[in-house]
Write a protein that binds this ligand. Structure first.
Ligand SMILES: NC(=O)c1ccc[n+]([C@@H]2O[C@H](COP(=O)([O-])OP(=O)(O)OC[C@H]3O[C@@H](n4cnc5c(N)ncnc54)[C@H](OP(=O)(O)O)[C@@H]3O)[C@@H](O)[C@H]2O)c1
Length: 271
């Protein structure tokens, strides 16, 4: 891999996250080719010719695109992806290429302001040390906080961070739709916290359904966490219906202890 002046090709560089990543790399002085389905440079050209190839296509197409391009990536080049799910794309990159491999997952969307520092990005080690060291340095220099974990650890954590999170947002949206109360009345009477929740519902529904469908259906751990969430909701409902204040207060105190424990995050922040 040409570490000093690498040519980067982003397959999906014409889309939301791919364009964001292309802008970031260009800001650090790197040369980037943005590739889509109808650009002059094709995914196959990019994979053959670039020192670094990044796959950033819709989740449902990712493994198929990796199968097509990974065998063409030269052995001394670096193959990466930006997919929100890591186990299947990492497995495919390792199986179908001979190159260096790193998996990335930006923990923000393409609407994040360009140049903002402190944004977090997951980095999964795949194959080879040079490519991994290079991308760590590029990301840190650009002001991103690098969080390192395996693909399997990533998908387990994301089963909660994205799986349960989006599931709760969609369940709330469905529940509000079926409440029989006019949206106008809900907006007129919104507390600040409820207004933020409605804002979140709209933000999710503004994005492509395919992205959220894939995050919920293709993360191997999301289904189990959704079941766990349903059990938890039943437990809260039982406690509320039973009307036993002491049980409710005990649950409240236990949760308060859990959420107020001090911890150190990757990136050096102590909360
Ligand atoms: N959006 C987010 O909030 C977010 C956050 C973190 C990570 N991600 C990840 O980023 C990746 C891309 O998501 P996105 O939201 O950026 O999607 P997007 O805006 O729909 O962009 C998809 C890109 O993929 C290209 N593409 C689609 N099918 C292709 C194919 N068969 N061959 C080659 N290129 C193809 C499209 O190019 P053309 O249309 O020009 O052909 C477009 O550039 C996903 O893996 C997602 O998990 C997204």
């Amino acid at each position: 891999m040409n570490i000093h002046d690498p040519q980067v090709g982003i397959i999906g560089g014409t889309g939301g996250m791919g364009a964001w990543f292309a802008d970031l790399l260009e800001q650090t002085g790197l040369r980037v080719i943005r590739v889509g389905r109808s650009t002059p440079v094709t995914p196959v050209d990019a994979a053959r010719q670039c020192d670094v190839t990044v796959v950033s296509v819709p989740i449902a197409d990712t493994v198929r695109v990796i199968r097509d391009v990974a065998p063409l990536v030269p052995e001394n080049s670096l193959l990466m992806d930006l997919t929100s799910i890591k186990t299947a794309p990492m497995g495919a990159m390792l199986e179908f290429s001979r190159s260096q491999v790193v998996g990335l997952h930006p923990l923000f969307g393409p609407s994040a302001p360009r140049g903002e520092t402190g944004l977090r990005i997951v980095v999964c080690r795949g194959r080879g040390a040079r490519g991994l060291d290079w991308i760590r340095k590029v990301l840190s220099t650009a002001g991103l906080v690098v969080v390192e974990m395996t693909a399997q650890e990533h998908d387990r954590v994301m089963g909660v961070v994205q799986g349960i999170n989006h599931f709760v947002t969609l369940s709330l949206a469905l529940c509000v739709e079926r409440s029989g109360i006019d949206l106008k009345d809900l907006i007129d009477c919104s507390t600040q916290t409820f207004a933020r929740r409605l804002e979140r519902v709209r933000a999710v529904l503004d994005q492509p359904a395919g992205l959220f469908g894939s995050i919920l259906m293709e993360n191997p751990t999301a289904g189990a966490f959704i079941d766990e969430h349903l059990h938890a909701a039943e437990e809260v409902a039982r406690t509320v219906r039973d009307g036993e204040r002491r049980d409710f207060e005990e649950m409240f105190a236990r949760l308060k202890r859990f959420f107020h424990q001090p911890y150190h995050t990757q990136g050096g922040k102590t909360v």
